[in-house]
Ligand binder design. Structure first.
Ligand SMILES: NC(=O)c1ccc[n+]([C@@H]2O[C@H](COP(=O)([O-])OP(=O)(O)OC[C@H]3O[C@@H](n4cnc5c(N)ncnc54)[C@H](OP(=O)(O)O)[C@@H]3O)[C@@H](O)[C@H]2O)c1
Length: 301
């Protein structure tokens, strides 16, 4: 068995994925970095090689929104000659505009990247890791997976499926007996390019709620090595996750963020008097409390 381990990181051109690549390189992993932005990946590779000359970095540009686009990544995961020891299954996106107003294709593309790609890569990794008797898989989900945190959106559901799929595999007897570890990493608001790409203004998230990508990655890898199946970095998000998971479903929308209620005609998010509940995503609907009673916003369970 080679002493040098290899990590494959999707969404490595930015945010949490880039932080994971840097951290795993510092731990001595060779890297396979995946995203669409080939230049961004090459810049990352040059930076990593500059800091850690012994680390090898393979740049693997791929669009994870289609099965054909994912095929080279699947091939790389299944290649036996240089096996992948850690899959950091991370690439994803959000839409800050309501699903009811977005095109159907845009929503399906989100589900392809956030959910189908992660499931496909995880299942392929398990196929090669289980017989090998070792391997780690980190599936990046979200606190939004814990309950209806984003309403009028497929983002929460896309991450909920990743959480459920991770737990289904993490607790599977065949997986545990093999020594392979699977974990869902569920961050809260993390300073990355996610919001800008989703057209969600960063200002709606109060400063105390932000996590750094480095902290999310560090906590996630520590939890993986402790054998956790689900990692929620930071105590405040563990509390929010607990509430979203255990609050009666009828009450959960009080903690939720209704994208349709806050998008203006141009699709841009506007929060009257700041964000509802003074929070960011998942912050509640109190900004429109007056309309709730009149039935303008009502969630039936
Ligand atoms: N930031 C947050 O507040 C937060 C909170 C909870 C969970 N998360 C999750 O964390 C993960 C990483 O997001 P981030 O915050 O780091 O966002 P980010 O800075 O926008 O990074 C997203 C990454 O995903 C890649 N990606 C997007 N679409 C892709 C596609 N079709 N094919 C291949 N790669 C694609 C992007 O690369 P290219 O554009 O180069 O392809 C980029 O590297 C996501 O799964 C997200 O749901 C984020």
């Amino acid at each position: 068995m080679s002493a040098v381990r290899t990590a494959l990181i999707t969404g490595a051109s930015s945010g949490i994925g880039r932080a994971a690549a840097r951290r795993l390189a510092a731990e001595g992993y060779n890297l396979v970095v995946v995203a669409r932005d080939e230049d961004g990946l090459r810049r990352l590779a040059a930076d990593v090689r500059g800091r850690h000359p012994a680390v090898e970095v393979e740049v693997l540009p791929a669009d994870l929104s289609t099965r054909a686009g994912r095929a080279p990544v699947v091939d790389r995961i299944r290649r036996a000659s240089v096996p992948i020891d850690l899959l950091f299954n991370n690439a994803g996106l959000g839409h800050g505009t309501p699903a009811t107003g977005n095109g159907v294709e845009a929503e399906l593309r989100l589900l392809e990247v956030n959910t189908m790609a992660k499931v496909e890569l995880m299942l392929n990794a398990l196929q090669v890791m289980i017989p090998r008797g070792r391997g780690d898989i980190v599936n990046v989900s979200s606190v939004a997976a814990m309950g209806p945190a984003w309403i009028d959106s497929m983002y929460g559901p896309s991450t909920a499926c990743v959480l459920a799929a991770s737990e289904a595999m993490a607790y599977a007897r065949r997986v545990r007996a093999s020594g392979v570890r699977v974990m869902a990493l569920c961050p809260g608001d993390t300073r990355t390019e996610f919001n800008a790409r989703a057209r969600i203004p960063d200002e709606i998230v109060p400063r105390w709620r932000w996590l750094s990508a480095e902290r999310v990655v560090r906590a996630g890898l520590e939890d993986l090595r402790r054998g956790k199946a689900v990692s929620v970095p930071s105590a405040r998000y563990r509390l929010l996750a607990f509430l979203l998971r255990h609050a009666p479903r009828r009450l959960a929308p009080l903690l939720a963020w209704d994208l349709g209620a806050y998008a203006d005609a141009g699709g841009r998010i506007r929060f009257p008097g700041g964000h509802p509940a003074g929070g960011g995503k998942g912050g509640g609907d109190r900004g429109r409390r007056g309309e709730r009673g009149r039935g303008a916003y009502r969630v039936r369970t």
